[in-house]
Design a protein around this ligand. Sequence first.
Ligand code: FUC
Length: 796
Amino acid sequence: MRVLQIVLSAALALTLAACATVSAPAAPPQALALWYDRPATDWEREGLPIGNGAIGAVIMGGVSAEHLQFNEKTLWTGGPGSVEGYDYGLPDGPIVDAVRAAQADIDREVRIAPEAMAERLGRPTIGYGHYQSFGELVLEMAHGAGATDYRRELDIGQGVARVSYVVDGVRYRREYFASYPDGVIVVRLTADQPGRIAFRARLDVPENRSVQRDHDGARVFASGALNDNGLLWEAQFALTSENGETISSADGVTLHNADSATIVLSAGTNYAPTYPAYRGEAPHAAVTARVLRAAGRGYRRLWDDHEADYRELFDRVALDIGGAPSALPTDRALAAYQGGASAEDRALETLYFQYGRYLLISSSRAGSLPANLQGVWNNSATPPWNGDYHVNINLQMNYWLADPTGLPETNAPLFDFIDALVAPGEQTAQRIFGAEGWTLSLNTNPWGFTGLIAWPTAFWQPEAGAWLAQHYYDHYRFTGDERFLRERAYPVMKGAAELWLDALVVDPRDGRLVVSPSFSPEQGDFSAGAAMSQQIVFDLFTNVAEAAEIVGDEAFAARVNTALSRLDPGLRIGSWGQLQEWKLDWDDRTNEHRHASHLFALHPGHQISPLTTPDFAEAARVSLNARGDGGTGWSKAWKINFWARLLDGDRAHRLLGEQLRASTLPNLWDTHPPFQIDGNFGATAGVAEMLLQSQNDEIHILPALPAAWQQGAVSGLRARGGVTVDIRWSSGAADEVALTTAHAGEVVLRSSLFEGAFTLVDARSGASVTVSGEGARRSFRTAAGGRYRLRPTLSQ
Ligand code: FUC
């Protein structure tokens, strides 16, 4: 095992060395750390998150006591067992007739107010539930509270949090990390003098559940069931120490006179993603096995495996846009940024970009639920929006960065989750539209909720299934994994398309196929064929038609192509030059609503591009200017992506600045407000879009580089087609581009380097590569496992 690991890391080192021909940004380790000179007092603003996907914790770093609040992602109230006849939000009986009547009224009256529509089609939510805090691991230190030389940090380069301080001349240190390989949170306490580690450890759990407590030596467990739905839960920690004495009971462990101590903590529930029961094995055996195994392995091995696992993902992308790491603690560096231009801005922007990747690795790993509105971190029994999965932008945004920033594996929980929504989503398709296929609406939870709520401005979003299906096809486009396409993506995409093949209606105004009722999130009236509805269905149909050809389902491709030829594509330029949000020109120039849903075609869709559809791109620009640069954190993050797609790097950068200035907490969490993690993820995706795009069958190098990033380097970004891209630039233009190609094929590359004298070589043989095309856009053949380097001729 150990030997294997060394071989693997040697192989990784070789790969990294091979990739290092573009001078990889060598940021000093401290550059990628958030740090503070005080303990946190406010969980939301200052707590530092760690996580392994399933389990998360927030470090407060108190001197006399640590309150390590932790979560396990499946601990939810609601669902089966919570209320009599929990029904996944499905309408009581089929509402197909009510939907048809609404369509007829829309055909006649053109627009219907959301309140009236919610009354007709909406329904009260019952048994929806909330994501829960699991509890706190509390460590009460024996030493005094008067600390000096205090530092609390989150090193995102290594995936570890640290606290260090001096009390009575003794230097105390703590390390905290969440191990994916071992399934535990690890806390390590040391001191620079022997025998000084002394504390009491206990588990606190909220009152909304039954609790039994027990212990086996210094392994302490608490278990029970949620009052709400009977979901079984269990948390355990085990304490090991070097020297020292322990006194244990079911209420906790007291440690005296130790040189060091290690605590491993794990938690679980009997949740299983199985419709309709959603219950699996009691968590006791799995939690016990994880804790016993981890406690027996010892700190060093836990750390080595965690670091290797974390860095294998994190180290894939390096970014250097200049700027020395701040000499200021992160809260003050952020305040300086918020106060105006400072020399350290670039380092903060880099840290913020990489923090999005850190947060995704920490909140989305195979085997658990996807990252929710707060990732995995929640300290409340009633978090905002239930801490759920909103699917009219939020869940999708959480995953925009996964493929482009080299973290394809983090998609696994998203795909598992969506797969599990198909069965209840088929009921929804039948009951609401009398249609084949599957879908859901505004929001969902781990209990297969695919039905409707009654909130007028947000209850109707039946295109959500089609939007989620986009992630499957895009993952295929990034990786070229045809098996994934056949076995996972295509069935889900086909089901999403079947719904719309059945549910689209003919618009009597022009004979085109439209969604009706259609609603543009989360404003305006109900109508037929709002831009976003049409653009999402267009995106799905074009993707599924392509996919059907690849998997050999020609009959379905033909059906979809026929519908596509009659589909209203949802693109119209209105009276003030804007891209219309609705089929009729109702757009109000003064509307600054946070959603800009009609720009889906620009991002994350790819119907609009300044390079191929300049008129629509200009209209999108007009709409975006009218919406302004404000909004919630996620709204600003989306706007970074929009402006990057409009190839306006300075404006994208301005939005990144807006996000850091007005929507970012001292711990660099994004705010809605309150804390909502989608903006972190969306902004990281946006920065990647500024540096590299690949949505239109070409790889575009530095498509939206802002003037503020005059020189820099990025390595490891991914482009569609299985291409990994490294870029070095100065004076705002590329100096060198290196591509690593996973598959043989043709690459179309757009780069300013092609506009001067250039050399393109096969980096392995040194042979020059034949290119075709002209101007900035050229194409060439690549080999599987190939590496190609493009430079200006003069620099050779
Ligand atoms: C959508 C947004 C809200 C919020 C919620 C979780 O409904 O309009 O702003 O982000 O999701």
